[in-house]
Design a protein around this ligand. Structure first.
Ligand code: ADP
Ligand code: MG
Length: 249
């Protein structure tokens, strides 16, 4: 049997915003190649936890190790931060594409500026990942010529161009019209099947059930319930999770 390799380990992590304690000593892990869905009510700390994983937030106490980089301390060497950002991709609810650049230019910018890739190499990779998300014909289009679903697929392709080891998704389909949700989830499912390590904050319970290996249910900054996706979603143990799931369906 393969021994699981942790991609992310968090132990007793606390995050405060002023007097407000948002993460209250939260612990868990994400193994390499695993897809973990994070679910829970609005305001329970899902985005904050995800943002700690790529150091958009700094934790107040506890241990946090992401792709071998120790994020437990307030200080982090610039080199380690660069290494972290190169290895951990993030896709948000809002796509944040540069409106004045073509789709392909959006994809090649960071690989050229951050990874030092040549125009030729970044273009080759950009086209490869655009093809992967089914949008090669849109390479020369501008973001405002795309649907929301297409924009989000471009945002995913843009992250992939950095060759991340871990992908974080924060409600990637929440801003989309319902008929566009499926095309984005399909791209994410494909990524999962190819073995990408993924942490997905989502309200798409069907996706969590079918694609995630494990589900973490957060409640007020703590893990209330966690386990294999189907076990957690089909056989909730706590009243809180039962109530949450019945609100979702
Ligand atoms: P979720 O993603 O589960 O909806 P969040 O992690 O965004 O929850 O937020 C958890 C709590 O932390 C909320 O009460 C929110 O208002 C608060 N919060 C999040 N970010 C900040 C911030 N930068 N400053 C102050 N409070 C914040
Ligand atoms: Mg959120």
């Amino acid at each position: 049997m393969d021994i699981p390799v942790p991609a992310i380990v968090f132990d007793q992590v606390v995050k405060n915003f002023g007097a407000l304690q948002v993460l209250k000593g939260i612990s868990g892990h994400v193994n390499s190649g695993e897809v973990v869905a994070i679910i829970g009510s609005s305001g329970c700390g899902k985005s904050t936890l995800l943002r700690c994983f790529n150091r958009l937030e700094t934790i107040n106490s506890g241990q946090l190790l992401v792709n071998g980089i120790d994020l437990s301390h307030p200080a982090l060497a610039p080199k380690q931060l660069r290494q972290l950002r190169a290895n951990v991709g993030m896709v948000f609810q809002q796509f944040n594409l540069f409106p004045h650049m073509t789709v392909l230019e959006n994809l090649t910018l960071a690989p050229r500026k951050v990874l030092g890739q040549s125009d030729k190499e970044s273009t080759r990779l950009g086209r490869f990942y655009l093809d992967k998300v089914g949008l090669l014909p849109k390479a020369e289009a501008y973001p405002d010529q795309l649907s929301g679903g297409q924009k989000q697929r471009v945002a995913i392709a843009r992250s992939l161009c950095m060759k991340p080891k871990i992908m974080l998704f924060d409600e990637p389909t929440s801003a989309l019209d319902p008929e566009l949700v499926g095309e984005v989830l399909a791209v994410m499912q494909q990524l999962a099947e190819e073995g990408m390590t993924m942490v997905v904050v989502t309200h798409e319970m069907q996706f969590a059930r079918e694609v995630a290996d494990r589900v973490l249910f957060l409640n007020q900054g703590q893990v209330e319930e966690e386990g294999p996706a189907r076990q957690v979603l089909d056989h909730p143990q706590s009243d809180r999770l039962r109530a949450f799931l019945s609100r979702m369906s």
